[in-house]
Design a protein around this ligand. Structure first.
Ligand code: ZN
Length: 455
């Protein structure tokens, strides 16, 4: 195939500086640039629309934002790096001293030179993300800062893109990426760019067996809105890919789909193993990207990810150091070739695809433990409106060794299908039953699950 490195590099440089969020003009501009690679149909979901348990928020756009000294020198400037402004910050204009501004400043605990990435989509707030030097300078300066956030939050819409490529069969493969992060090259830009080039490859492929559904959505709420708008067609999807973080210098890795014996995982192992035996396997877990929605109880699509420097795993994750020094077009191209090989495997295996069911993963048991059913099986429930999720986003990393409350909540909602007992689920997840009982009871009390048997 054609060597796209030069082209990828140009697009990378054009897409990187754009201020994106879950809504706003930056996303439309991003899709229209990607539209130069393949024809992407843009859809708008109006603010206030109900998508399962979620509501599409007001649209957010920013013109400018800064903190300047009394002399008018900008210490923090959105024009220099859009990560300086917490995403979804409300408009502000005024004079403030250090004590007023301090609670609205965010720094990275381990990387002094990095600007961290923070969001507050669903709680009206404002904030600036700064380096340690900027923080120290603000503290030293003491006060009478001019603080301006020239943003706008008003009824508008959430934008997503879609490109459908029909094949011989109506059975579909989903390819999804997210378009909602501001200036970070590996997390977000690399994924959507690779997806567009993969779509171009599929477009040029003659006699496709599978049909391909390629979507460009804001992460989480955009994927949820997509599922809600396409509930019926989602049933045609046999498996899928979430393409993200494909441009870093680290090792190739892949995140397994929720059923580890599913054919998609074996095919990926074949492809990445041929490329380099030394790849990382990340078993499925309930954190991650939009596979959380597509694989939720109501859809149960096996969705996997091949990446190079996977989100969560690299030190620059969700910071300004995830930039064009960290990510290279050559690397994105290298991973693109792996995805193209994977597509070949999909096409070759079209007639021999087996079907898999939940029962194969969890062995039947006769344990004496309750059976719960998630009452919101399609996509995740909105935990933050129930006080079960931190309202400021961007800083969440999954557990290392111990189970936090959020891990338990997400796991129960993912696995409690009304058939498997809690003991079975706990054995599968390798967590003691008595550590999860109170979480299950809490979710029942909150109206998120019901107990269908009390064995
Ligand atoms: Zn991210």
């Amino acid at each position: 195939m054609t060597d796209f490195v030069g082209e990828i590099d140009q697009f990378l440089r054009r897409l990187f500086p754009i201020c994106r969020s879950i809504t706003g003009n930056g996303n439309r501009k991003t899709l229209s640039i990607l539209n130069e690679i393949v024809p992407i149909v843009q859809y708008e979901v109006p603010s206030g629309s109900q998508v399962y348990d979620w509501t599409i928020p007001d649209e957010w756009n920013v013109s400018d934002a800064w903190i300047s000294t009394p002399e008018g020198r900008r210490i923090v400037d959105f024009q220099i790096n859009n990560l300086h402004l917490m995403s979804y910050s409300v408009p502000i204009q005024g004079r403030m001293d250090w004590t007023e501004i301090k609670p609205h400043l965010y720094i990275h605990s381990e990387l002094p030179k990095a600007i961290p990435y923070r969001t507050s989509y669903y709680k009206r707030d404002w904030g600036f993300c700064v380096t340690h030097d900027q923080y120290a300078e603000l503290e030293r300066s003491g006060g009478n800062f001019e603080v301006v956030i020239d943003s706008e939050l008003k009824s508008g819409s959430l934008t997503y893109g879609e490109y459908l490529l029909p094949g011989r069969s109506p059975q579909e493969i989903l390819i999804s990426c997210y378009i909602c992060h501001p200036s970070m090259a590996n997390d977000c830009v690399s994924g959507m760019l690779l997806t567009a080039f993969l779509a171009k490859h599929l477009e040029n492929m003659e006699n496709r067996n599978w049909s391909y559904r390629i979507v460009f959505v804001p992460e989480t709420i955009g994927a949820i809105a997509y599922c809600a708008a396409n509930e019926k067609v989602m049933e045609q999807i046999d498996m899928g890919l979430v393409i993200t973080t494909v441009g870093g210098p680290g090792k190739i890795g892949y995140k397994q789909s929720w059923q580890k014996n599913h054919a998609i995982n074996r095919m990926i192992e074949g492809v990445v193993g041929e490329f380099n035996k030394d790849f990382i396997t990340y078993p499925f877990d309930i954190h991650g990207s939009d596979e959380r929605q597509y694989s939720s109880l109501g859809f149960r699509i096996n969705v996997a990810t091949i990446c190079k420097d996977k989100y969560y795993e690299y030190p620059y994750y969700h910071t300004s150091l995830d930039d064009l020094n960290f990510v290279k077009a050559e690397v994105i191209h290298q991973v693109l070739l792996l995805y193209i090989q994977l597509i070949q495997k999909f096409e070759q295996s079209f007639d021999s695809m087996g079907t898999y069911s939940f029962v194969e993963v969890l062995s039947e048991t006769s344990d004496m433990s309750p059976v719960y059913r998630n009452l919101f099986p399609k996509c995740e429930v909105m935990l933050s409106k129930r006080g079960l999720y931190p309202s400021s986003g961007g800083a969440i990393l999954p557990r290392e060794d111990s189970w936090g409350e959020l891990d338990k909540i997400l796991s129960l909602l993912f696995y409690c299908d009304g058939k498997q007992s809690l003991a079975t689920i706990c054995r599968y997840l390798n967590i003691p039953l008595d550590e999860i009982l109170s979480t299950a009871a809490m979710l029942e009390e909150k109206g998120l699950m019901e107990k269908v048997a009390d064995e």
